[in-house]
Write a protein that binds this ligand. Structure first.
Ligand SMILES: NC(=O)C1=CN([C@@H]2O[C@H](COP(=O)(O)OP(=O)(O)OC[C@H]3O[C@@H](n4cnc5c(N)ncnc54)[C@H](OP(=O)(O)O)[C@@H]3O)[C@@H](O)[C@H]2O)C=CC1
Ligand SMILES: Nc1nc(O)c(N)c(N[C@@H]2O[C@H](COP(=O)(O)O)[C@@H](O)[C@H]2O)n1
Length: 344
């Protein structure tokens, strides 16, 4: 895929910027000047010690349980080798992660916390805590084992997430790169927790994925972040509530771009529409790690559920995990598995 230059507005004038564009590019530059992005004076407040202390180290048994579902080599690379005190039969039925590395796609882990009624928040736009302290620690452990961590803008706006790791001993180098898919540039990164963390050196600066348009240069790039512009295609909804058809960026395009930009592994945390869509794409997903909290959120919550699937005119299961492993982390259950590629 060719990279084509577009213009961006620099702090000291217009400068060339790289656009990453799919091969049969329908890319069109829309001459929008984004003026609301000038607030570079975000606070540099660092995370409090209390917030850091909420995350504790996993036991060796817990690390061993997760290891088969992590990107290959990520534990040894980060000096976090799985422990020795977990019996293999306690770990999982899975062998090494099956990721076929053709140099094109990153290793992809889907991970989220769900209620017993398959909901991930109480209502659209309402940040909802489902993970207990043990599974929260697990999430922060998973984050340092991935090069990038991705959410949709439907999560970035209401949750204002940190998307960094607060795992004990974490360094800036081992922080994942936050990535937000925000095609219409709805989210103002300035003033966000992500921006504060990047400025305080407690997280990497984000990469924001948009559909093609022209924007001003901005402080984001000074912190090491950037905007990446990808062309859309007409997609299909993952949820009944979505319009019949809408413009989306194809997931292989997003993932290949991330790999080209140096992310060999990507942890996809949400939200509901992102996860639901990717559950129907086993060819792109290497591992699924779900926290199941012992609670029901009730009707009206935001549900993770892939689009219905038919084969030979018959309804079949939409998605299924194989090579599953379960373990209790505090009050929660953690389910790991791989998406089954063929018939369910
Ligand atoms: N419990 C948990 O583990 C988690 C819970 N959540 C919760 O999930 C909820 C948010 O879920 P949801 O509303 O579904 O939002 P998402 O975070 O899934 O974001 C969806 C939006 O992202 C953009 N987007 C996603 N994929 C593409 C694509 N391929 N191409 C183009 N644009 C894309 C679209 O933006 P646009 O509309 O601008 O086109 C889309 O509407 C929140 O309540 C949050 O708290 C989130 C993460 C984890
Ligand atoms: N693992 C998990 N458990 C929950 O209960 C959650 N609500 C989430 N949400 C995801 O984590 C993001 C918040 O991250 P920070 O703590 O701010 O770094 C949120 O945006 C969701 O992606 N995850």
């Amino acid at each position: 895929m060719a990279m084509e230059p577009i213009l961006k507005h620099g702090l000291s004038g217009w400068q060339p910027q790289q656009e990453i564009s799919p091969s049969t590019s329908t890319t069109r530059l829309i001459n929008i000047r984004v003026s609301a992005l000038s607030n570079s004076s975000v606070s540099t407040t660092a995370l409090s010690k209390a917030a850091m202390a909420e995350v504790s180290e996993l036991t060796d048994i817990e690390k061993n349980f997760l290891e088969p579902y992590l990107p290959p080599g990520s534990t040894s690379r980060r000096g976090e080798g799985a422990g020795t005190d977990g019996a293999p039969e306690e770990c999982s039925g899975a062998t090494n992660a099956p990721h076929v590395d053709d140099g094109d796609l990153p290793f992809v882990t889907l991970t989220y916390a769900s209620s017993l009624d398959s909901m991930i928040s109480l209502a659209p736009g309402l940040r909802t805590t489902l993970s207990g302290p043990e599974t929260k620690s697990m999430t922060h452990y998973l984050r340092i084992h991935h090069d990038a961590i991705l959410v949709g803008v439907g999560t970035a706006i209401p949750d204002d997430p940190g998307l960094n790791s607060r795992y004990p001993g974490v360094t800036l180098d081992s922080q994942p790169r936050p990535v937000v898919v925000d095609p219409k540039m709805r989210w103002n990164v300035y003033g966000s927790k992500l921006a504060q963390l990047a400025q305080a050196g407690q997280g990497k600066a984000p990469w924001l994925i948009h559909t093609p348009r022209e924007v001003r240069e901005e402080p984001l790039t000074e912190w090491g972040g950037k905007r990446v512009f990808l062309a859309t295609e007409t997609g299909y909804p993952s949820q009944k509530s979505e319009p019949a058809e809408r413009e989306t960026i194809a997931w292989p395009v997003i993932l290949k771009m991330l790999r080209r930009e140096g992310a060999n592994s990507v942890m996809i945390e949400g939200g509901a529409s992102v996860i639901s869509t990717l559950l129907s794409m086993p060819e792109l997903v290497d591992s699924v790690i779900v926290t199941i909290a012992p609670t029901w959120l009730g009707e009206g919550g935001v549900t993770v559920s892939p689009a219905p699937k038919t084969e030979a005119g018959e309804r079949v299961n939409a998605a299924r995990l194989q090579q599953t492993a379960w373990r209790q982390f505090g009050a929660d259950a953690v389910l790991c598995g791989r998406l089954q590629a063929s018939k369910t």
